[in-house]
Write a protein that binds this ligand. Structure first.
Ligand code: HEM
Length: 430
């Protein structure tokens, strides 16, 4: 019995509230770190572009290079400011790397002013030094009223690469999915509780059936939320102005963090995925709880292994530990359900399969969105647009390299990849 799982605050507060806090991290940093905030605001004011050769862009980059290297010890003791600093530095890093003109991109030397604090903070948080879903979502909003933090809360996004309301809407959609996910997590906890009651629970099957039906309804609402992205994020704006900022480090040595005190003066990064909702803890928690990660997590030909599994390294540590624990319970639940084959108990199996089907439909809605936002705009442009620099973190099933402009921001082959996960979700029915 895993009591550490059952007592996890994630079941009550969801993934959206960082460990040790009651709400989102603070929106701004106090002195001396406010210089980072100021520089981030300046990036928006000068409207930095991807591969920006303008003199104002170069002035902004020079300002970043000339900033002093600030010590971060006081931040490391304070979870709220620490996470705020992580977001600000990660956004500054991506503004810097992706605004560099193409001919300066490879390899990219990240100045000490942000390299040193970002590496130290990322090390403390056990996160890679690259923009993640958590940076663009969990550490990137304020809310009014402050409580309760539920799907009616009014969310305000803080940082934004393109300066467009479309990008803010894109982030808010992801956050509302996470808010819906809080109810899903509470239902999961109740199911685990009930299934564990070995004695005297004559109505156990009826209760689990009810809870799984509720979970299915909750997943349906999450799918409906994903669809609302169309209400405020234009596919062409997303394709041309937003997604390129998310790209990660395309290959070993392509990003070098200038830190001075190591040999040669820099730390060489390995390939790192860009920010992607594949790093959403809620959706991975659903796979884990339903006990289907072996089915849905693809076995790609990539030498670096399974993509969704690797995405966990980009999640906050407490999330990935929680999901690993939940997956163990999920396997036990799936086994318990498949062992129920007398007439009464088949209702529980049906409820489980219906929840699985809701997840399949969630993935179908998501594929439609991904097609609308990646495939269609790509067809519209005669050229593939500004260069993609993300690595191919999820190789094609054929092992052939994909066309770069059709890659997801996490670096997968996008639609073929998503369809294979969706189909395997369907195939996991009992
Ligand atoms: C413009 C909107 C969106 C586009 C274009 C898009 C595209 C993609 C792509 C291409 C992938 C494959 C991984 C990668 O290479 O990044 C992916 C994965 C994923 N996305 Fe999205 N996405 C969008 C919005 C969302 C939203 C709002 C959610 C809600 C949480 C979401 C959840 C996921 C999940 C969970 C995965 C992992 C695959 C799976 O579990 O089925 N996406 N997305």
């Amino acid at each position: 019995m895993d009591d550490q799982l059952l007592t996890s605050p994630i079941f009550a507060k969801g993934f959206i509230v960082p460990e040790g806090l009651d709400g989102p991290p603070p929106a701004y940093l106090d002195a001396p770190y406010d210089v980072w905030d100021d520089l981030l605001r300046a990036a928006s004011e000068v409207a930095l572009q991807v591969a920006d050769k303008s003199p104002t862009a170069e002035q902004w980059r020079k300002r970043l290079r000339d900033m002093p290297v600030l010590p971060v010890l006081s931040l490391l003791r304070n979870p709220g400011p620490l996470l705020c600093a992580r977001r600000v530095l990660a956004f500054l890093q991506h503004f810097y790397v992706h605004s560099l003109p193409d001919d300066e991109v490879k390899p990219c030397m990240i100045p000490a002013s942000i390299a040193v604090p970002l590496l130290l903070i990322s090390h403390a948080l056990d996160l890679p030094p690259v923009v993640t879903f958590a940076d663009t979502e969990f550490y990137n909003f304020s809310v009014s009223p402050a409580r309760p933090l539920d799907s009616n809360a009014k969310l305000h996004m803080l940082s934004n690469f393109s300066g467009t309301p479309d990008e803010a809407h894109f982030y808010i959609t992801g956050l509302v999915v996470e808010l819906e996910g809080i109810e899903a997590l509470q239902l999961m906890r109740n199911v685990i509780d009930v299934v564990r009651q070995r004695d005297g629970a004559s109505n156990r099957h009826a209760v689990v059936t009810f809870l799984l039906n509720e979970l299915g309804a909750c997943i349906q609402r999450m799918a409906a939320v994903v669809d609302t992205i169309r209400g405020g994020c234009d596919p062409n704006v997303y394709y041309d102005q937003v997604r390129l900022w998310f790209n990660g480090c395309p290959g070993t040595g392509q990003w070098r963090f200038w830190v001075r005190d190591v040999r040669d003066g820099y730390a060489e990064m390995e390939e790192m995925a860009g920010a992607s909702a594949a790093q959403s803890s809620t959706v991975q928690a659903l796979d884990a709880f339903l006990g289907i990660t072996d089915e849905t997590h693809e076995t790609s030909h990539s030498k670096s292994g399974n993509f969704l599994e690797r995405m966990r390294a980009y999640m906050p540590r407490s999330h990935r530990e929680f999901i690993a624990r939940l997956a163990r319970e999920g396997s036990a639940l799936r086994e318990w359900i498949s062992g129920n084959d007398v007439a009464d108990e088949q209702l529980v199996r049906k409820a489980y399969n219906d929840a699985l089907d809701a997840l399949r439909r969630f993935r179908t809605v998501h594929i439609r969105i991904a097609t609308m936002y990646i495939v269609n705009p790509r067809r519209r442009t005669s050229s593939p647009g500004p260069p993609d620099v993300c690595g191919s973190m999820g190789a094609t099933d054929t092992g052939k390299p994909p066309a770069v402009s059709s890659l997801g921001t996490g670096g997968t082959t996008a639609i073929p990849f998503l369809k294979s996960i969706r189909n395997r979700t369907a195939g996991a029915a009992l």
